[in-house]
Write a new protein. Structure first.
Length: 289
């Protein structure tokens, strides 16, 4: 059985084929231009592949409420041309197969929960830290949505005492995304993060904000694991800094079997950056089962 997977990102669209075990059989990347240019290219990739269904995890905000008239839409995104785009409906009509749908970080968490480091757990949080910042939340073994897609990237931050940056987010300024996303690092320091690997102050400040997000997840959701993925998290020195800050911020208030070992509680993504597309394969499988 062959399933289609579409990890729809703001920069690129990753299209793949997978089997019933989550194995990626092939994949390609298509630049994210306008819907009129990009969506037909995606359809052309999948046509003739005889996929049984398609799993889509899309950048957002997205509508993940099956009862909503705009279910499967990319909604109020600032990305030009993509607001109110019915990506799920378009793909189902063009390919003639059902499509499972979730937001991009929910798809990554689903990949980790099905095939990776959160497998067998009931409660988990996955943060992606890259062009934007978002989170997927799993409660009782299911990806949590509520009445709208969780927007963990827009929780407000306590500002680092040595940080004068006003924030990258056009909506909230100093929210988590505004202070910790990849573009905020580049705008604050004048260089992208990959050129600042040896600048300790960069990562001290970055870790301060990401630790606040982990503390919020800990006290609100009580997950068994917190997974940090995305391009910014390729800076491996962040993990010990984040754990150190989390320990100080929690101040021994939360005592649980999970938080007693922060090295196992706050961890990197485990699927070689394929967690998103593997989550999409699972969405496709679930769409017909």
């Amino acid at each position: 059985m062959v399933y289609g997977a579409l990890e729809a990102g703001g920069t690129k669209m990753v299209c793949a084929l997978g089997d019933e075990n989550g194995k990626i059989l092939e994949q390609v990347s298509i630049p994210t231009e306008t819907p009129g240019v990009t969506l037909p290219k995606i359809v052309d990739y999948f046509k003739g592949k005889e996929i049984k269904s398609l799993g889509i995890a899309a950048f957002g905000p997205v509508d993940v409420d099956p009862e909503s008239p705009t279910y499967g839409y990319i909604t109020s995104t600032p990305k030009p041309g993509w607001a109110d785009c019915n990506i799920k409906g378009y793909m189902e009509e063009a390919l003639g197969v059902p499509a499972g749908f979730d937001h991009d970080v929910g798809g990554s968490l689903l990949g980790e929960a099905t095939y990776g480091c959160a497998k067998g757990m009931k409660t988990a949080v996955y943060f992606t830290v890259g062009t934007g910042v978002g989170a997927g939340i799993m409660i009782d073994g299911h990806i949590h949505h509520g009445v709208a897609c969780p927007e963990f990237g827009h929780i407000l931050m306590r500002i680092h005492p040595e940080d004068n940056y006003k924030g990258f987010c056009v909506y909230h300024g100093s929210c988590l995304e505004g202070m910790a996303c990849g573009p905020s690092i580049e705008e604050r320091w004048g260089k992208p993060g990959k050129e600042l690997k040896d600048n300790d102050k960069v990562w001290e400040i970055e870790a301060y904000y990401l630790a606040q997000a982990c503390v919020t997840a800990t006290v609100v959701i009580s997950p068994e694991i917190i997974i940090l993925g995305g391009g910014v998290m390729h800076q491996e020195s962040l993990f010990p800094l984040i754990r150190k800050n989390v320990k100080e911020m929690l101040n021994d208030y939360v005592r649980s079997s999970a938080t007693k070992d922060l090295d196992k509680y706050i961890v990197p993504a485990s699927l070689n950056d394929d967690q998103g597309i593997m989550g999409c394969i699972k969405l496709a499988i679930d769409a017909v089962n």
